[in-house]
Design a binder for this molecule. Sequence first.
Ligand code: AMP
Length: 604
Amino acid sequence: MAGGDEWRAFAAEDADDAALLGWFEEVAENAGAVQAETLRRILEANLGTEYLRRWLGGVADGVGGMGAAELEALFASAVPLASHADFEPYIRRIAGGDASPVLTADPITMLSLSSGTTDGRPKYVPFTRFSSQSTLQIFRLAAARISRIFPTKPGSRILEFIYSSKQFRTPGGGILAGTATSHYFSSEEFQTKQRSTKCFPCSPYEVIAGGDYQQSTYCHLLLGLLLRHDVECVGSTFAYSIVQAFAAFEAKWEDLCADIEQGKLSAEITSPEMRKAVAEHLRQPEPVFASEVKKKCEKLKELGWFGLIPELWPNAKYVYAIMTGSMIPYTKKLRHYAGGEAVPLVSAAYGSTESWIGANLEPENPPEKVTFTVIPTFAYFEFIPLLDERDDKKGILEAEQPVPLAGVVVGRQYEIVLTTFTGLYRYRLGDVVEVTGFYKRAPRLAFLYRKNLILMVNIDKNTEWDLQQAVETAAGLLSETGAELVDFTSHADVDVAAGECTGHYVVYWELKGDAAEGVLKECCAAMDAAFADQGYVVSRRTRSIGPLELRVVAAGTFREIMEHYVGNGAAVSQFKTPRCTTNEAVLRILDRGTIKRFWSTAYG
Ligand code: AMP
């Protein structure tokens, strides 16, 4: 039986794959006990903090002597469920330089900016060494599972579209702030992961941290081409970045080939650090190599870039990124680039800036079937059961009190609550998952949607998942045309003029290629008809919700949205197109970009 220390933080850097996998088997087998132990450790370390004293002041003697059940019950009864807003005043003080034990006993010296694409506002959460260590651990665990199925050669390369945004010091407090991915890419653990998996990114840190994502993407692609025979994996944090990068490739391949031919980097790359780092790999003209790549690109262009990955990176074994949840819509394009089944898509782990949650232990599963096994040492997890279909409310209302990990039931939907080593206690993450089974005693979760991404006008409730389904159904009608759906978002327009009684859903589509107006009208009606939520159907029939509106926006509109978020501090690496938005700046961009509007005729 593993001792408590191993349960907390397995020394991933020193372990071989077998030891790591063995450790995980044991932790999964004892998931319930490991969770109680994790909670005990978090509380023992942090009982003296201002936050916990407020709620657990009466147990000043410590929690050491308590049994697991007693401890979990005390914690759940004394410490309230909380949201980011509840922690914000504490985090603000930390950002301002308050080094007293506010949330954690050890001072927090770094803050992470979560992507903030949910409500349009990046939010700070604490980041500690534990955050980087758990990242290393879950990446190592994933790599160990993947290498059994898709082995790669030691010393191979990963063409990795990763981007680090600028780290900065908080005004007044001097605390190092940046996105969690940026902190990780500059950490020792990022280096350790490369050494221990013997797989190295094509790009040096200067490219990853270049600060301008278009220039970084160009350099990632260029270095990827130069190292094309060593590349055995193509990856990114979220699938979106890979699709973006290959869209850039479609536009820039001639420039990239010219750079290789002349041995000279394009003048469009203006960052001196990036230029210097890339120049080392681009020492001499390579006309033969360039012409080989060029020929392949010409052929690929004729095929609409189908199979770009296997053609240009013939040794690529798999494509790796988060492909679940809001990333599912990009998998179609990714499969296209991957040549259908030629290079399999492997979906990465499930986590958040706040904490890692679970690993994908079946890398061979397609993204649509991926589940995540909770790692019980990363945080103390609770699960708020949601009312399900049988209660006719589609998981929107909370049914009961949170249950601990050992209390979850297969087939039920839950909102995740986290208590972390980084100072978040009973923190509602806002993600909704379904328990699909167990790996030993650790629950397996399917990610469903972010709870606050919901289209709602009156009694209707459609989630991100419902929207995704409706869009997918409707976009199927485009298959006969030359158009494809590039990206989409939505808005519940309840801002109705006096005298009008109906709000309605507005869905924005960006297309590549042309589709006849008639087809788009059909798409609009199909989307409206595809929302099966009873509240919506009834409201549409009674006309208390107006016809769904499809707005087609100009090419580049969604890129502008991404740039808007990046300009506000979000990182490209963590960017997720908000599938439903009320953000005024984003709505302005969408309005400006609108080129065509259609209203559904689905309900007559
Ligand atoms: P961030 O705030 O940038 O750290 O983003 C974290 C959020 O991204 C999570 O709370 C999820 O909503 C989403 N996410 C992360 N990993 C996955 C995954 N594997 N599948 C689906 N959604 C994910």
